[in-house]
Design a protein around this ligand. Structure first.
Ligand code: GDP
Length: 297
């Protein structure tokens, strides 16, 4: 198991008996441990470096209060800074779905949990917000994926666009928009095709669909266990398609979730939700506090 940051820092500061203010040397020693903890939690190197620099400025010279040890004090500063960076501009769970029908474009690699997340979000909007939701799969390469979305729609009691063989993704997107408008739906989810890796064909298709669909939200679904890969995927999608937020899946696994911090730092886009299992209810609003605790161990 990972050694928690508190344990690491406790050890470091036991060796330093100085009291009073945190000296630069104390802070440097502590921050080396912080950096290792971040890297172990899958935070990417440049992001870990920047983070440590930001914390150093805040910690150096702070007086150590009597009630806590220097180690606890540094852990608190690190924790607060992590939460601040993860949280960004505040509550992120409200999707922009006014002016019905609002299109939500779901993008990401194959196997990231895109179809599952689409259905989870649809269920949430239906049950929590009383929205009428239409789901459409644009994965023309994988008929099984289209059927899977239709099956999930049936399970959660929302409509899905009838499957018509031989249509392109753009044609499906157009039909879905018409259907959503005519049928009086509030929200239209477009579940785009994934690929195993980012490639140009995929990006071209997603761009064409985006131009037709004019989505209010473009949510990137990424596997939270994939670390640096997740960051690369987020960077590419942000550059080529433009995203409004990220859904991090498989946070029920034993990953430390450092990808959340890296993605936030690199793309500037908020993490909106986390997937916590295969069941349709296993989706929660992103809680910076919880993820910060997990990253620090
Ligand atoms: P897609 O190819 O991106 O559409 O991926 P799917 O939605 O088909 O998901 C791939 C697999 O991951 C399925 O077996 C899902 O049940 C599973 N999955 C999706 N989200 C989560 C999650 O948050 N936690 C876990 N443990 N499994 C998930």
């Amino acid at each position: 198991m990972f050694e928690s940051l508190s344990e690491r820092l406790g050890g470091v500061f036991d060796r330093l008996t100085k009291q009073g203010a945190l000296s630069e040397a104390d802070v440097d020693t502590a921050l080396r441990e912080v950096r290792v903890a971040l890297l172990e939690a899958d935070v990417s190197l440049p992001v870990a470096r920047d983070f440590v620099k930001a914390v150093k400025g805040k910690a150096t010279g702070q007086s150590v209060t009597r009630s806590v040890t220097p180690g606890q004090q540094v852990v608190k500063i690190v924790h607060d800074e992590l939460v601040r960076m993860l949280a960004g501009d505040g509550p992120a769970d409200a999707l922009k779905i006014d002016n019905p029908p609002a299109a939500v474009l779901m993008v990401g690699l194959q196997g990231s949990g895109k179809t599952t997340t689409t259905a989870k979000l649809a269920k949430r909007l239906k049950e929590k917000n009383g929205k009428r939701v239409l789901l459409a799969s644009l994965d023309t390469n994988r008929p099984a994926a289209m059927e899977q979305l239709a099956i999930l729609a049936g399970q959660i009691g929302v409509d899905s666009l009838p499957i018509v063989k031989g249509e392109s993704a753009v044609q499906i997107a157009k039909r879905a928009k018409t259907q959503a408008a005519m049928g009086g739906y509030d929200v239209l989810f477009l579940d785009t095709a994934g690929r195993l890796h980012i490639d140009e064909v995929l990006m071209d298709e997603v761009q064409s669909v985006r131009d037709i669909a004019q989505p209010r939200e473009t949510l990137l679904v990424v596997d939270g266990l994939t670390g640096q890969d997740a960051v690369n995927v987020a960077t590419e999608f942000e550059a080529k398609v433009g995203i409004t937020g990220v859904v991090l899946t498989r946070m029920d696994g034993d990953g430390r979730g450092g990808a959340a911090l890296s993605m936030r730092a690199v793309t500037g886009k908020p993490i909106r939700f986390v997937g916590l299992g295969e069941k349709m209810d296993a989706l929660e609003t992103f809680e910076p506090e919880r993820v910060a605790g997990r990253i620090l161990g």
